[in-house]
Design a protein around this ligand. Structure first.
Ligand SMILES: [Zn+2]
Ligand SMILES: [Zn+2]
Length: 884
């Protein structure tokens, strides 16, 4: 590999596959259960087993990979724990769709066969997302891959369920579910199809109990008023400020019910007064809990009115609606009926209208768990980045409701509870019990509900490490170091991992939580299939290479700001990849035979001293940025350093020595090139794993994989302040001359003569020693340098504190011609500026054009104004030249 000729251009495809296989087969992804090194652990947010890599995954996993690779290079024992989530409903839906295509459904084939089919599906397609993560370069320890439904994790789930139940933290209680009265089954939210329907809004009068007037309530479902237990209004609603009574009478039944105040009530809907039916509506149920209202069920499992419905008992729910409307009208209690459009839930199988129904569900009692989870963040034990998410987290923890964990689907962890058919006793156990503890009966039947998918993922940070067994992995890697996730699952997942981790492990699950932003399109719009603005990460990797893609994501990942991604951006960083490749080609050309060059520090040039100092500084800053999750800053610094300092300045300056005669200066330059390139590759490796490995393997003096190399240690580089200052001055002078060349339109092929009036002997000394750089990099031939030299006739001047550099223009350019050219440019710039300003003063444009477009025009106008100023300055300068 060493000393091999390097291809002219970088071809990602084969390079990426080759090195990923190399890392994996050489065990470089492995975390050690027992090690002398400091542990560093990240548990992957498990992608759904049905998932395919989207931008969210790509960002999330690129950031984790950056952290893991960086920490490995810092000498840590890194475990990136991978796995997938069984994704209850999502996976069940996929398999159900297959069944539907074959003209059958899960009820027809039965629970057991259905679950078999899901496992078969998972065997066949479940590895897709894993392979895509590998494509992205993720250094997960695949030998430890877990699945939320695997044997070990299922055991952890049962253990947790049983313990929480025994501690009184799991209970059965009432909850509203989606019920299909035809299929006689509860439906998951996703199985309910909402369809817009023409219906009616009925305005019903609820008289005050004391006889003085009434409150008007608008409802789409008058038949449920039989189960009303309150009327709710918003406490901020002026219409209900001074009510004459605290109770109203329920129409038809004549029963008094209280008027309650709740901010949930939408003042803009109907009359601002809401009837509350806790047994037949989920929102009413929640309000009912807050106000401790009775739950009165008036509709039964068949969709018919039950014995609580008074005179309507036995009627079908739709018939009851008609009858009750007639009765209200007859009683003068129906104020009006308006046509109304609303989304009504229907059964996805039989299209029957869903009936929200009160039923027994399983809950986790969250108050004490949430308190501990809130305190852990409050005390700083777990830190959230960016910190503004802490407020959202506390808000949730303070207002948390008990967590309904049962789901009426088949794919998932079946709840480990058994009912006795003889006496009805409930038993919760890790394994199926043989007999009922109450009556000794053996006719036991297991709960048919499964657990919410988030129940098993809440255990992820410790279940994946082997819990409930006291494994060395748990001892080494728990608490984990950081969790990297999107804000959308802060509550569903992060908060619940905190609760479960603290409760079962006695310690927080992770020290840091890093919340990253969303990846949006170039205009900042959410990517969606219907908008057609989705960028497919796999297509992007094919086109630009994985390194360019990863680097783009990192460079745009500013804390608290959404990422506006476009292919142009990725293309821009693809150019950066090429730049690195070309720099490496150049360096390898001069490093030659595979032997490490031997430096002689006394032969170091200013450029050598400067770049060596800069590596130390940049390494320190990149480390600091990565460790504080400022990925964009870290990537930006790498970019700026490699492109502008290393390539633009150092390699250009080093050519002098490289193409010069053999000796200590040349040997030292070769050595510094090797050092700087090696360090730059290490800095870049966490972001661009593939190209850095490819170059690393060819560099003389490197051993093994760059993955196992140590990150550059700032202390190992000189802190040469004088070199920084001198280089700053020197590059300033060169840039100053280049600017004059550009502004005066001096052809690149022509050399210029300069006169330097050095302000003091130190400046003069620096320039004297580095004249060759000025000559080659600013295309200068004649140089006069001295102190107190006068400004020559017909010259343009750049000033650096006390030192002036005069560029002689006589004979180089035709002043008249140049003046004409500048005038023309001024005219053109003025016209463009006017057009932009006209646009900006156009009301219609400002109101209708998207924000980004307006900002773009503004920026353009600013740029033109600045350019115009410069051109005018040039013109008056040219005019003085002519006079002379
Ligand atoms: Zn149905
Ligand atoms: Zn029993």
């Amino acid at each position: 590999m060493k000393n091999e000729l390097i291809a002219k251009s970088y071809e990602p495809e084969c390079v990426e596959q080759k090195w990923y296989a190399y890392w994996e087969t050489n065990g470089l992804f492995r975390g050690e259960a027992v090690s002398d090194k400091t542990p560093y652990c990240i548990v992957i947010p498990p992608p759904n087993v049905t998932g395919t890599l989207h931008m969210g995954h790509a960002l999330n996993n690129t950031l984790q990979d950056i952290l893991c690779r960086y920490k490995k290079m810092k000498g840590f024992n890194v475990l990136w724990q991978p796995g997938t989530d069984h994704a209850g409903i999502a996976t069940q839906n996929v398999v159900e769709k297959d069944l539907a295509a074959k003209g059958t459904d899960r009820h027809a084939i039965g629970r057991e066969r259905f679950i078999e089919l899901v496992w078969e599906w998972r065997e066949k397609y479940g590895g897709l997302i894993i392979n895509q993560l590998k494509r992205l370069g993720c250094c997960c320890d695949w030998s430890r891959e877990r699945f939320t439904m695997d044997e070990g994790l299922s055991r952890a789930v049962r253990e947790v369920f049983v313990r929480l139940y025994e501690e009184g933290l799991i209970y059965r209680g009432d909850y509203i579910i989606n019920w299909c009265p035809r299929c006689h089954t509860a439906l998951a939210d996703l199985e309910v199809e909402h369809r817009e329907k023409d219906s009616h809004l009925y305005y019903v009068l609820y008289p005050f109990q004391n006889g003085g007037g009434h409150i008007t309530v608008a409802t789409t479902r008058p038949e449920t008023l039989l189960g009303d237990t309150a009327v709710a209004v918003n406490p901020d609603d002026d219409r209900y400020r001074d009510l004459p009574d605290t109770h109203v009478l329920l129409p038809v039944l004549g029963k008094p019910i209280p008027i309650i105040f709740d901010r949930y009530v939408d003042m803009a809907f109907g009359t601002g007064a809401l009837k509350i039916t806790p047994a037949h509506d989920l929102n009413d149920f929640e309000i009912g809990n807050t106000h401790q209202l009775d739950r009165i069920k008036v509709i039964d499992e068949n969709g018919a009115m039950n014995d609580m419905a008074g005179p309507y008992q036995g009627m079908d729910r739709f018939e009851c609606r008609e009858r009750i409307v007639e009765d209200l009208r007859a009683g003068g209690l129906l104020k009006k009926v308006e046509p109304y459009q609303n989304a009504i839930g229907h059964c996805y199988r039989c299209r029957t209208m869903i009936e929200p129904l009160l039923s027994k569900q399983w809950f986790v009692r969250t108050a004490s768990l949430a308190k501990a989870a809130g305190d852990a963040v409050g005390s700083g034990k777990t830190r959230i980045f960016p910190a503004n998410w802490e407020g959202v987290y506390f808000d949730w923890m303070n207002n948390i409701r008990d967590w309904c964990i049962s789901r009426q689907i088949w794919w998932g962890h079946r709840i480990p509870a058994w009912y006795c058919r003889s006496c009805g006793a409930v038993q919760v156990a890790k394994e199926a019990p043989m007999r009922c503890p109450a009556c000794e009966g053996q006719d036991l039947v297991q709960e048919t509900d499964v657990l919410d998918t988030w129940f098993s993922s809440a255990l992820w940070p410790f279940s994946t490490l082997g819990w409930p067994d006291p494994t060395p992995e748990l001892k080494t890697f728990y608490p984990t170091s950081v969790l990297v996730t999107g804000f959308d699952i802060l509550f569903f997942w992060v908060a619940r991992m905190m609760m479960m981790g603290i409760h079962f492990m006695g310690d927080i699950p992770f020290k840091d939580v890093y919340i990253h932003a969303l990846v949006r399109d170039a205009e900042g719009k959410k990517m969606s299939k219907s908008k057609g603005n989705v960028i497919d990460p796999l297509a992007v990797m094919d086109r630009f290479g994985t390194d360019a893609f990863r680097f783009t994501l990192a460079a745009l990942a500013a804390q608290g700001r959404d990422i506006k991604l476009s292919e142009e951006r990725i293309l821009g960083y693809r150019h950066f990849v090429n730049k690195i490749w070309n720099a490496a080609r150049f360096a390898l050309m001069h490093l030659g035979n595979g032997e490490k060059p031997k430096p002689d520090q006394t032969a170091y040039t200013l450029a050598d001293r400067w770049i060596m100092t800069r590596i130390g500084q940049v390494s320190r800053d990149v480390s600091r940025f990565i460790e504080t999750y400022q990925f964009n800053e870290a990537a930006g610094l790498c970019y700026q350093f490699v492109w502008h300092e290393l390539c633009d300045w150092y390699l250009e300056m080093a050519k002098e020595a490289l193409y010069g005669e053999d000796g200590p200066v040349k040997e030292s330059a070769r050595s510094v090139i090797r050092e700087t390139l090696t360090a730059a590759l290490k800095l870049l490796h966490p972001f661009m794993p593939f190209i850095t490995e490819e170059i690393w393997q060819r560099l003389p003096g490197t051993e093994g994989s760059i993955m196992t190399a140590l990150f550059p240690d700032p202390a190992a580089f000189p802190g040469d302040e004088a070199a920084l200052k001198e280089m700053d001055f020197l590059t300033g002078v060169i840039t100053g001359i280049r600017n004059i060349r550009g502004e005066m339109n001096i052809p690149p092929s022509r050399n210029v003569s300069i006169v330097i009036d050095a302000g003091n002997s130190r400046d003069r000394d620096v320039l004297d020693r580095n004249l060759t750089y000025i000559r080659t990099l600013a295309k200068v031939d004649e140089v006069s340098i001295g102190q107190g030299l006068p400004k020559p006739d017909k010259s343009a001047t750049a000033v650096f504190e006390r030192t002036s550099v005069h560029v002689l223009l006589k004979g180089l350019i035709d002043f008249r011609e140049e003046e004409r050219r500048v005038r023309k440019e001024i005219g053109r710039a003025q016209n463009e500026l006017e057009a932009s300003r006209k646009k900006l003063s156009n009301r219609g444009f400002l109101e209708k054009a998207p924000e980004e477009i307006v900002a773009e025009v503004k920026a353009r106008a600013d740029g033109l104004a600045a350019r115009l100023l410069k051109l005018k300055r040039n013109l008056s300068f040219l005019e003085t030249l002519e006079d002379g």
